[in-house]
Design a protein around this ligand. Structure first.
Ligand SMILES: Cc1cc2nc3c(=O)[nH]c(=O)nc-3n(C[C@H](O)[C@H](O)[C@H](O)COP(=O)(O)OP(=O)(O)OC[C@H]3O[C@@H](n4cnc5c(N)ncnc54)[C@H](O)[C@@H]3O)c2cc1C
Length: 353
């Protein structure tokens, strides 16, 4: 069980589309969930639906900001619909994203998304899911779990050792909200080996989020505003924009998965704790909700971890592999040269879970 702070957090907001689910016949147990982000909260919702009791341990007080592009892939509506959360999602005022613009130096590639995606802050999105889980019976404890009982869903986000890259080469993510001209596109600017993405979120705000190496950030004195000025089209785009919050940053980032890790009985890893895909795909959140849902269901039914991992791999393996190829194309400079030929909508589809 978790060792520190035992404060129970109660989010007493009601959800309009909540319905009691009929418990499955096989389930009698308590599922312990480490991390109340999108993967953990989805695992809780799925396990509750199976009739299990659920304990969630979440170290942060929600709602809270988080470094993220805040781009929700189209598949999110189906995933939220499964939990009867479409009405509650809609009430938060997510911004529709219908187009993508990829800007490589002087070259630009624009295309329509096959289906509408959405922009919504992590403060709002994560809170929606965790609150729903609590409303439906999960016990949420604000604590850092250092050990835990089984069966457990481990959904504590990225925790891979950061040994793959040397200092300077290590990658860091950063984000801030701006008041800027709003449109219905996700805009990705690739420059100096880094990229910065923009899309509208709720309340007329635009999220600006990027990933850059320590070395590049150092060249700009770790001043993110200065870094953005180095990309001419981005500088023009944000000319009259006003930043409304301090920059947040996170890292080092390492794109890695644990698909082949030795399964440990009673421990179901979900979301980024299972696989962290390059964020330019904008597919991490849907993957977290999907693998969280699978993990919660498998844990509640007492199914073997190996079987769960097979199902999770089937969801995530292709986007992970395709993202790796695109990352190589971006860092080697080939993406800029091939930009006019890139099949935008197909690329988008291949990187969905
Ligand atoms: C720079 C950047 C940009 C991104 N942009 C996008 C995007 O636009 N679209 C997209 O879909 N994805 C994006 N992603 C990926 C996305 O953020 C992740 O895939 C997603 O957050 C995974 O959800 P999760 O629930 O697995 O982990 P998290 O969201 O990290 O949640 C884990 C939770 O566990 C808690 N926790 C951790 N350890 C403990 C502990 N020991 N005890 C208790 N609680 C604990 C944390 O406080 C946290 O709330 C981006 C990621 C980065 C880094």
């Amino acid at each position: 069980m978790p060792e520190c702070g035992k404060t129970k957090r109660h989010w007493a907001l009601s959800l309009r589309h909540h319905r009691q689910y009929r418990p499955s016949e096989h389930v009698t147990k308590t599922i312990h969930i480490i991390g109340g982000g999108p993967a953990g909260a989805s695992a809780a919702l799925a396990a509750l639906r199976e009739g299990a009791s659920v304990n969630i341990f979440e170290k942060s007080k929600f709602p809270r900001h988080k470094v993220c592009g805040e781009f929700l892939s189209p598949g999110i509506l189906r995933a939220l619909g499964n939990f009867e959360l479409l009405g509650a999602f809609d009430a938060l005022g997510p911004s529709p994203v219908r187009r993508a613009t990829l800007c490589f130096g002087r070259r630009e590639k624009s295309f329509h998304l096959p289906e509408s995606a959405w922009g919504l802050s992590r403060a709002a999105f994560d809170h929606l899911l965790l609150r729903a889980a609590e409303e439906r019976g999960a016990v949420v404890t604000q604590a850092t779990a250092t050990s835990f009982d089984k069966p457990a869903v481990v959904a504590r986000g990225r925790h891979f050792a950061s040994t793959a890259r040397e200092r300077g080469q290590r990658l860091f993510g950063f984000k801030a909200h701006f008041r800027a001209a709003v449109n219905d596109a996700v805009e990705l600017y690739f420059f100096n080996g880094c990229y910065v993405g923009l899309n509208a979120v709720e309340d007329g705000l635009t999220n600006v989020c990027g990933i850059a190496s320590e070395h590049l950030l150092g060249r700009f004195g770790f001043e993110h505003d200065e870094l953005l000025q180095a990309c001419e089209p981005l500088r023009v785009r944000l000319q009259r924009a006003e930043r409304v919050m301090s920059w947040l940053s996170t890292g080092p980032l390492r794109f890695e998965n644990r698909f082949r890790a030795e399964p440990e009985e009673g421990i179901y890893a979900a979301g980024d704790a299972l696989s962290f895909v390059d964020p330019f795909t904008g597919s991490g959140l849907v993957a977290a909700v999907k693998t969280g849902t699978l993990a919660g269901r498998f844990a509640a039914r007492g199914k073997p971890v190996e079987e769960y991992l097979q199902s999770a791999r089937a969801v995530l393996a292709r986007p992970f592999a395709v993202a790796g190829i695109f990352r190589w194309a971006i860092t080697s400079g080939w993406a800029e040269r091939l930009a006019p030929l890139l099949p935008g909508a197909a690329m988008f589809r291949w990187t969905r879970p």
